[in-house]
Design a protein around this ligand. Structure first.
Ligand code: ATP
Length: 234
């Protein structure tokens, strides 16, 4: 299980995360929803080791990831698919994917994971020699997810994977999240599409200005009048 205990994040004088605690049990999909600036990305980036000024505990099994480098965290099985995709436009699809495996040396294992990623995303296989920058927005999102999966993580954290995608592609992204989870990956999902996220999530947390204000099973929060009012358009 991944567990955050009393996490605080500061950016200079800004106290962005004010003591949040949450649990992501193995094999589950957990989502964080909340308005812009609530601290969702900061939470994921803290777990990934990308935020300097973080305090509290980030338990992963017996370990506390606070103070670990991003590379060590990836090696421990926790990967981040960042907001805005951050693919390399001049590299081919396959080169982008292989970068996700940079911490691994087991060549046959890397090939097996690559085959699995291509099975999950047949369109990436068709375009494996195409430059990343020539892909559509939806395909770039798939590439970013595929790249994160290439490190063979136990937990994959996804920051706004459906952002800016057409409705059909949004559905595709959420189907993929369920498929990945069905194949044993634990998912920590940050989404602005609260409706879709709550539908797939086993458990959900609502973040407001750096604090958790509500939590419960995803389906239960879908029916919560406070969530309906604030995040589901009434
Ligand atoms: P969004 O959906 O807009 O990304 P979010 O819920 O993910 O929002 P964060 O990006 O974590 O929220 O931001 C939380 C707070 O921390 C905001 O007030 C934001 O302005 C601030 N913040 C985030 N990153 C930095 C940074 N690098 N430097 C200074 N302030 C930051």
């Amino acid at each position: 299980m991944l567990e955050i205990r009393d996490l605080h994040v500061h950016y200079g004088g800004i106290h962005a995360i004010k003591g949040i605690s949450l649990q992501v049990p193995r094999g589950k999909i957990v989502t964080l929803i909340g308005a812009n600036g609530a601290g969702k990305s900061s939470t994921l980036r803290s777990v990934a080791g990308l935020v300097k000024d973080r305090k509290g505990q980030i338990r992963w099994g017996e370990a506390d990831l606070i103070g670990w480098t991003p590379e060590r965290i990836v090696r421990a099985g926790v990967a981040l698919c960042p907001e805005g995709r951050r693919i390399f436009p001049q590299l081919t699809v396959q080169e982008n994917l292989m970068l996700g495996a940079y911490i691994r040396c087991d060549v046959p294992g890397i090939q097996t994971t690559l085959d699995w990623v291509y099975e999950l995303f047949p369109r990436l296989k068709e375009r494996s020699w195409q430059k990343g920058g020539t892909l559509s927005g939806g395909e770039q999102q798939m590439l970013a997810l595929g790249r994160a999966l290439m490190s063979k993580p136990d937990v994959i954290m996804m920051d706004e994977p459906s952002l800016g995608l057409a409705p059909l592609l949004v559905k595709e992204v959420f189907d993929i999240i369920e498929t990945i989870n069905g194949q044993g990956k634990t998912v920590l999902l940050v989404e602005q599409n609260a409706f879709a996220a709550l539908k797939v999530a086993h458990y959900a947390y609502v973040l407001e200005v750096g604090q958790i204000v509500l939590e419960g099973p995803g389906r239960q929060l879908l029916d919560d009048p406070r969530v309906k009012e604030a995040y589901l358009g009434g």
